[in-house]
Design a protein around this ligand. Structure first.
Ligand code: THU
Length: 139
């Protein structure tokens, strides 16, 4: 049973594109490349990769790079988010990225792919960030 309602073709495209996006990672410090692919409600796929900095804390994760690109393309409604690193384990989004995803896609499925096999783990954002704080709590 799936906890997403994506087609096999959509999952495949998300996998291909998040793996490909790793090529654009700028990760000279951690050497840990991450790629992200986002399926927007409009049906397009927007990618991102982590971009590190000599001032380590200034680096940004792949997920936030991709979401920022979506926002700048006027696509704030997101259908699914996919990520992968080069590792065998399925990479899990960090806490800041979970909160960043929460802003635009509180119920979105997050597909985590292995960087070395066809293994995939999928959790909804609600599962990854329960009892979350969002825009509606500000008023
Ligand atoms: N990173 C991501 O881009 N996404 C994640 O989900 C986990 C961590 C990046 C941040 C940093 O550039 C490198 O991976 C090591 O933490």
């Amino acid at each position: 049973m799936n906890n997403h309602n994506l087609t096999t073709e959509q999952v495949q495209a998300l996998r291909d594109q998040c793996l490909a996006a790793r090529e654009y990672a700028y990760a000279p410090y951690s050497k840990f490349r991450v790629g992200c692919a986002i399926l927007t409600k409009a049906g397009s796929i927007v990618t991102g990769a982590n971009v590190e900095n000599a001032s380590y804390g200034a680096g940004i994760c792949a997920e936030r790079t991709a979401i920022t690109r979506c926002v700048m393309e006027g696509q704030k409604e997101l259908q699914a988010i996919a990520i992968s690193s080069d590792m065998a384990d399925c990479v899990s989004p960090c806490g800041i990225c979970r909160q960043f995803i929460r802003e635009f896609a509180p119920k979105v499925p997050v597909l985590m792919f292995s960087g070395q096999s066809d293994k995939m783990v999928c959790h909804t954002l609600e599962e990854l960030l329960p009892l979350s704080f969002g825009p509606e709590h500000l008023h």
